[in-house]
Design a binder for this molecule. Structure first.
Ligand code: HXC
Length: 517
């Protein structure tokens, strides 16, 4: 018979108490509402039986407002490490049943400890947030605790992937740390993010709003761009995080894992040929192009519902992860506006930081014009994408599918911003602007004077199109390395990225650049 010592039994009692969270009633109410507990979440996220908890017995030292008389199990956060698809990860999960998951000093120190371990061992850190923000009773200790987390978010930025899942109503500091991580997941009808809740908003501004309209998942996925992914359930959210991690390396010195692929590297595509044949005046859905190129038609799209005029996400080419940025002419004709620039710039910088090669698919008529965009800073904010591409040193390959006009031609990983291989389909049009616009400016007087102005304009547009709206002038100058048949895009790209695998370029020495923020 196995004999358990008194001390072991006492330890088990302590552990049990700490694992009880905010108590049976709260736990039951939560389960009844179909919500998982902080520990169940970790179990669902990680590979079975791999979680090792640390700091279970940690307690707050705060005494004000009766905190010393309260049970605050594990100080409201579960921290530890485990595995996802066999890879080490660090994780923390806030427990809303314990003082609303609010963050006091010990709670913050537990998170900081796990962040430090993640950074030192070079593994991704995943935070499951469910918190009312700074624990009001702990005052400046709570604020300081948050700042310690923010500081670590920044120190680890670009060193290890940082992923946040928002799994409840999160306010204040509970949303600022996720905002500084690489990817934010939300769950529809369950997650909310705001600086201050509806009550405070009403008191401060008189605005009446609810959780959903203020900071629900749809708001952050389609309007603010704070959320990169939205899931329909917590379980789906955990599956999505696991899928995303598959494309990422463990840290900045590591490479993403290679997956074996049964998709033929030399596969040609009838669909791409068809798309390129009918593109002269027709917008098309770039999702189709991306899927045709990638292994097994898979595309993990990031920020799917925000700034849909540009698409960002991950595919694999011959098993290797590639980040894709692609204009989408189905929305705003694929023009670059403020949000598209910011969305793509952040994605480019993420891929560059973590050794993920970049594929850019171009179909862009230019920057989106107008008072609204100018006044909201299209010059400053549009420059972010240009900056990001200029700065990126990972292998960078471009395919111009159709339009590449004006400054947007330069921005979208042109040869001039150090694209390694720049391809174009025969349907590509590379020019300062489209034929109609160019003719209207260059020949305004001539058209006015013509006997039949409409006929003359058509004639001039045709002439301009023949001369400039093609990829051949750029190819003659070496700005396009090769004009490729659309159907052969996948094999061409696989060979190009294969060749670039040993590319080694480091940027010029400096403390850090100054991206236009
Ligand atoms: C202490 C808190 C708390 C907090 C919630 N609770 N937030 N306790 N500090 N910040 C407690 C509640 O008192 C309650 O305890 C329990 O958690 C559940 O909260 P409810 O309000 O009943 O839940 P719900 O209706 O779902 O509303 C959730 C909420 C709301 C929207 C998050 O609690 C809220 O607005 N909290 C305050 C948000 C906030 O302003 N935080 C400070 C931000 S400043 P009992 O015992 O009754 O169950 C900040 C600064 C950081 O974070 C620095 C940023 C740069």
């Amino acid at each position: 018979m196995k004999i358990t010592s008194d001390k072991t039994q006492a330890l088990r009692r302590l552990q049990e108490k700490a694992r009880a969270g905010g108590g049976q009633d709260r736990m039951k109410a939560r389960a009844k509402a179909g919500r998982l507990s902080a520990r169940e979440r970790i179990e669902h996220l990680l590979d079975e039986d791999t979680f090792e908890e640390i700091d279970l017995l940690r307690k707050t030292r705060a005494t004000d407002f009766g905190l010393d008389e309260k049970e605050i199990p594990a100080d409201g956060v579960v921290t530890g490490f485990g595995r996802i698809r066999g890879r080490n990860v660090a994780v923390y999960s806030q427990d809303f049943t314990v003082l609303g998951g609010s963050l006091g000093l010990s709670h913050a120190q537990k998170i900081c400890k796990i962040m430090d371990l993640a950074d030192e061992t070079g593994v991704p850190v995943i935070g499951l947030s469910d918190s009312g923000g700074a624990r009001i009773q702990e005052g400046v200790d709570a604020l300081g605790g948050y700042a310690e987390i923010f500081w670590r978010n920044v120190q680890s930025s670009g060193r290890i992937p940082q992923i946040s899942a928002i799994l409840g109503p999160c306010a204040g500091g509970a949303v600022y740390s996720p905002a500084m991580t690489d990817f934010v997941f939300m769950v529809r009808d369950e997650s909310y993010m705001f600086i201050t809740g509806p009550e405070v908003v009403k008191a401060a501004t008189g605005e009446v709003c609810d959780f959903d309209s203020l900071g629900g998942s749809d708001v952050h996925a389609s309007k603010s761009g704070v959320a990169h992914f939205v899931a329909n359930s917590e379980q789906q959210c955990f599956r999505m995080i696991r899928e995303l991690l598959d494309y990422l390396p463990q840290n900045w010195r590591d490479q993403p894992r290679v997956k074996s692929s049964s998709d033929d590297c030399n596969r040609e595509s009838e669909t791409l040929d068809r798309i390129s044949r009918r593109t002269a005046r027709h917008a098309f859905d770039t999702h189709e192009v991306i899927r045709e190129i990638g292994d097994g038609q898979n595309f993990l799209e990031v920020h799917r519902d925000w700034a849909r005029n540009i698409l960002c996400g991950f595919i694999r080419l011959n098993g290797r992860a590639v980040g894709v940025v692609a204009n989408n002419s189905k929305v705003l004709s694929g023009a670059l506006d403020i949000h598209a620039s910011e969305k793509a710039a952040r994605f480019v910088r993420f891929c560059d930081a973590f050794n993920i090669p970049l594929l850019t698919l171009v179909d862009v008529p230019g920057y989106w014009p107008g008072m609204d965009q100018e006044h909201r800073g299209i010059i400053r904010r549009g420059a972010k994408l240009l900056y990001a591409y200029c700065e990126a040193t990972v292998p960078k390959v471009t395919v111009i599918l159709r339009k590449a006009y004006g400054g947007a031609y330069d921005v979208m990983n042109s040869k001039h911003v150090r694209g390694d291989f720049n391809f174009a389909w025969p349907s590509a049009e590379i020019a300062v602007m489209g034929p109609e616009g160019a003719v209207n400016i260059l020949f305004a007087k001539e058209i006015k004077k013509a006997k039949d102005p409409t006929a003359r304009r058509t004639e001039l547009v045709d002439e301009y199109s023949k001369k400039f709206a093609n990829p051949f002038l750029a190819a003659q100058r070496g700005y396009i390395d090769e004009v490729i048949e659309a159907g052969k895009t996948r094999p061409k790209l696989i060979r190009a990225f294969e060749f670039l695998r040993t590319k080694k370029v480091t940027g010029p020495k400096k403390k850090h650049g100054n991206i236009p923020l």
